[in-house]
Design a protein around this ligand. Structure first.
Ligand code: ARG
Length: 459
């Protein structure tokens, strides 16, 4: 078998060298996009009179046969033909004869591969945006059911102030909303056709780039042929957006893992998203959440890999760029899987509101309420802070909480504390009274959920 580029060569690489050079083991993922790109290219060559009607029809028929086979996974590929592009061209020539060799007129693998990647990523990003929406909807549903469920809010993982569980969940809704906006915005830069840029300089054939772009559903054409074949920003941007999103999922994963511990018992994950231990019969491990947290590592790694591949590259195409694919495929797969897992996990988790109530009712997370109470009565906040600090210390020594301190005892610290303090100290009141815009007050949280829903509808 001879190489499709064999003319200039007197020797063939040995098989193990071919093996190192080849990308077919992974770029076959682009098989459908590659054939679609070729179909558009041939239709354009036909329209521009570069191929005759009969030539282009034969090639198109062949490409459609290959497409059908590819859909059924019936095409065999070999490392000898290096990549998906040359493997498909070889298949085409085997199928329809010499005329198949005209497919590559006015085209290079450099604009071809870039076209494939743009098409592929555009579709995947559109898919991912929908999956983000599914997860946002699952979050909204849990939030709506838990507006008045109160948990301790934390800073430094120390109890800080009571908050609505819905408020906590909605925080992730907004993070995901930004992730979704970033992904959707990146489509502007993905939805551009490099086809017709040739190897780097354009072509002498009278091609119509706008026509092939239109056939492929692209919104625009690259303005510069060098840029068309050298640009991998659109992949970097996807990897970067994915890293940020996975970081968000990883933070949520960490919280869900923590909340499902015996120590917290705030939630229980559904059996279908957990696993057991091979030795300890009592265990229910949050493997899926842990895996999402863990897989964030490879997604971040894929971003760093491609940044590093590209940083020293001169224009235009360099073989280094073949390294852009595996990380991108891996990130697509990981992000798609993680989003689906999270949607399932969030919608099936059980919220243990009794346990949350118990936790938040027995801590010092209402200390700010007392300080605010004194400040409202005219004591400078700094002084109020000091008084409450002393009270907390008093309680710790006595082994009680602020709600257990009698009015008489309060009198020792400040004469301004009256009977109404006990209702103010309840977690319910602490949350309810935080009516500031975007705060955790129940009414505000309901407004926020409403805005979230409107946002989903309008997107
Ligand atoms: N397999 C190559 C890649 O993915 C296709 C482009 C090859 N172009 C070339 N001139 N060697 O990057």
């Amino acid at each position: 078998m001879s190489k499709l580029w064999g003319g200039r060569f007197t020797k063939k690489p040995e098989e193990w060298v071919d093996e190192f050079n080849a990308s077919i083991s992974f770029d076959q993922e682009l098989v459908l996009e590659d054939i679609e790109g070729s179909i558009a290219h041939v239709k354009m060559l036909k329209k521009c009179g570069i191929l005759t009607e009969s030539e282009s029809d034969q090639i198109l028929d062949g490409l459609h046969v290959l497409y059908g086979k590819a859909e059924k996974n019936e095409l065999q590929f070999s490392v000898e033909y290096e990549d998906i592009h040359l493997n498909l061209e070889k298949h085409l020539i085997d199928l329809i004869g010499e005329v198949g060799g005209k497919l590559h007129t006015g085209r290079s693998r450099n604009d071809q591969v870039a076209t494939d990647m743009h098409l592929f990523l555009k579709r995947r990003v559109e898919e991912i945006v929908k999956l983000v929406e599914d997860l946002q909807e699952a979050i909204i549903a849990q939030a709506e059911a838990n507006v008045e469920t109160i948990i301790p809010g934390y800073t430094h993982l120390q109890r800080a102030q009571p908050i609505s569980f819905a408020h906590h969940l909605m925080c992730y809704f907004w993070m995901l909303n930004r992730d979704k906006e970033r992904l959707a915005d990146s489509l502007k830069r993905i939805d551009i056709s490099p086809l017709g840029a040739g190897a780097l300089a354009g072509t002498t054939f009278p091609i119509d780039r706008e026509y092939s772009a239109e056939l492929l559903g692209f919104d625009a054409c690259y303005e510069n042929s060098l840029d068309a074949v050298s640009d991998r920003d659109f992949i970097l941007e996807f990897l970067s957006n994915s890293s940020i999103m996975m970081t968000h999922l990883s933070r949520l994963a960490e919280e869900m893992i923590l909340w499902s511990t015996e120590e917290f018992r705030f939630i229980e994950l559904d059996d279908s998203f957990t696993t057991g231990s091979s030795i300890m019969p009592q265990k229910k491990n949050p493997d899926m959440a842990e895996l999402v947290r863990g897989k964030t590592g490879r997604v971040n790694g894929n971003l760093i890999s491609l940044l590093t591949v590209l940083k020293g590259l001169p224009l235009a195409y360099n073989k280094d760029m073949q390294e852009d694919k595996e990380g991108m495929f891996d990130t697509v797969k990981t992000v798609v899987g993680s989003l689906k897992i999270f949607t399932g996990m969030i919608s099936t988790m059980k919220v243990n509101s009794e346990q949350m109530k118990e936790a938040v009712g027995n801590d010092f997370s209402n200390a700010t309420e007392l300080a605010d109470y004194l400040a409202t009565k005219g004591i400078p906040f700094r002084q109020a802070h000091e008084i409450v600090g002393k009270l907390v210390l008093y309680c710790i020594e006595k082994g009680c909480y602020l709600k257990d301190v009698s009015l008489e005892e309060y009198g020792e610290f400040s004469s301004l504390i009256e009977e109404d303090i006990y209702s103010i100290l309840t977690p319910y009141s602490a949350v309810e009274r935080r009516k500031s815009y975007g705060g955790t007050g129940f009414e505000q949280v309901k407004v926020q959920i409403g805005k979230g829903k409107a946002e989903l509808k309008a997107f």
